[in-house]
Ligand binder design. Structure first.
Ligand code: NCD
Length: 437
């Protein structure tokens, strides 16, 4: 069943398994949850949705999305990426700054923020660049971006590492004034020049230049020390190695304000994929080994890794359907993230549904400082929710994804769990598994 867009934002969601814990109805009036309990009456004018067998979670929050607008609207727009996000169960995404022009001024972050608001499918929270043009040389106007309508709190040169330790220190110090955080793409560039994949057995066999784990770990260790020294907030993007988990555990034991994310693909896929020479498997940081996967899953379960973030990185066909060395790194992630977390974490018993809410909604919302997101269903809370069918499965068909790009490594793979509905402030952005607009 598909539906025209409706302005309805009053609902009675009946008999959902709230956080996988207890069955209850959720009443929503004018976009706000008014009651959670058994046998509730429908609010006036409300639509009724039977959620029997579905798990209700707070809407997912992605700390790391590449939306490509402005600049590469052929690969993704704020609207198309927002639709993919809603279909993936998200109600808020943080949009990375490596657009063209780079989001390094108040003007560009406000543009992205407005485009997100106009699309109205998820809240789009722009991330600002740390340095002008992501060039690593001159600090961007962080204060102006923080003061803008977009209220930027996360700053990142993602795609590039803030490699200069003095620049990193200054940025960490600067954002303390407004409660900001520096999200680091941890890659020591002098160790990864020309790298094509993880440095290990497969890179040696395939004759492709390697990206060693130490290039990530050395920067994470350095930045943990720096953030401890200046008592600021560091967030580590897309952690991909077992050694990084060890370093983060140590840094957290010191009480330093460090958080970290892991991407679904690093929880599931290994560098063996490079043997296909299909660039759909090329990503930065690269797919690593089974031992890394095991450590990342354990780190996420334990909370050493705080959050799951997609690093949704759409690329146009000409940037992916070419030889491996010429292809851009990155893979789609928004519509597959939840299912991969279910497969890699819930099914093996490493996380329950409450744990999924913690790693994919509450904690990322807290890291990003997003008001109204990451809150468990309760009276007075904005109705940002997703309803998941834990017993359904689906097979990934690239052409059926909402992204304008097709670079998913999961084509023809079957995964557990489907998103049946998503609500942004009480408005259904997804119903019956389909986007409403
Ligand atoms: N993660 C990726 O593989 N790609 C990112 C940027 C980057 O981190 O290289 C992208 O913007 O495409």
């Amino acid at each position: 069943m598909s539906r025209e867009r409706e302005a309805v934002n009053s609902w009675l969601i009946k008999n959902a398994s709230v956080l996988g814990r207890r069955n209850a109805d959720i009443a929503i009036t004018d976009g706000v949850i008014t009651a959670v309990g058994e046998g509730l009456d429908a609010p006036e004018g409300a639509e009724i949705l039977d959620a029997s067998g579905l798990v209700a979670l707070p809407g997912l929050v992605d700390l790391h999305t590449h939306l490509r607008e402005p600049g590469r609207e052929d690969a993704e727009t704020v609207e198309s990426g927002s639709r993919a996000a809603a279909l993936g169960g998200y109600t808020a995404v943080c949009a990375m700054a490596n657009t063209s022009p780079v989001a390094d001024t108040a003007g560009v972050v406000e543009q992205v923020w407005r485009l997100g608001r106009d699309a109205g499918l998820v809240d789009v929270q722009p991330i600002g660049a740390v340095t002008v043009g992501l060039a690593g040389e001159q600090m961007a106007e962080l204060g102006a971006m923080a003061d803008s309508a977009a209220k930027v709190r996360i700053f990142s040169d993602d795609g590039f590492c803030v490699a200069d330790p003095k620049m990193m220190r200054r940025a960490l110090e600067y954002v303390k004034a407004f409660g900001g955080v520096i999200a680091q793409h941890a890659e020591e560039p002098r160790l990864t020049g020309g790298a094509q994949m993880h440095e290990g057995e497969y890179s040696a066999r395939l004759g492709l230049a390697g990206w060693p784990a130490v290039a990530e770990e050395a920067i994470i260790a350095r930045d943990c020390l720096l953030t401890g020294h200046v008592d600021s907030r560091l967030h580590v993007c897309h952690v991909s190695t077992a050694g990084s988990v060890e370093i983060l555990r140590w840094a957290k034991s010191k009480g330093w304000r460090v958080t970290a994310e892991v991407c679904p693909h690093h929880l599931l896929l290994t560098d063996e994929r490079a043997a296909t020479y299909d660039p759909v498997n090329k990503v930065n940081p690269p797919l690593r080994t089974d031992a890394d996967i095991e450590a990342l899953r354990a780190g996420l379960a334990e909370g050493v890794i705080d959050a799951v973030a997609t690093d949704h990185a759409p690329h146009a066909a000409e940037d992916k359907e070419c030889e491996w060395a010429a292809a851009r790194p990155g893979m789609l992630g928004l519509q597959t993230a939840l299912s991969i977390v279910v497969k890699t974490m819930v099914e093996p018993g490493l996380l329950d549904w409450d744990g999924v809410a913690e790693r994919m909604s509450r904690t990322p919302a807290r890291i990003a400082g997003l008001e109204g997101h990451g809150l468990d269903p309760a009276p007075g809370v904005p109705a940002n929710l997703t309803l998941i069918d834990p017993n359904a499965s689906w097979t990934v068909v690239p052409n059926e994804l909402a992204s304008l790009s097709r670079n998913t490594p999961y084509s023809a793979m079957t995964f557990p769990a489907t998103v049946r509905a998503t609500f942004l402030r009480g408005e259904a952005t997804v119903l019956d598994g389909k986007a409403t607009k």
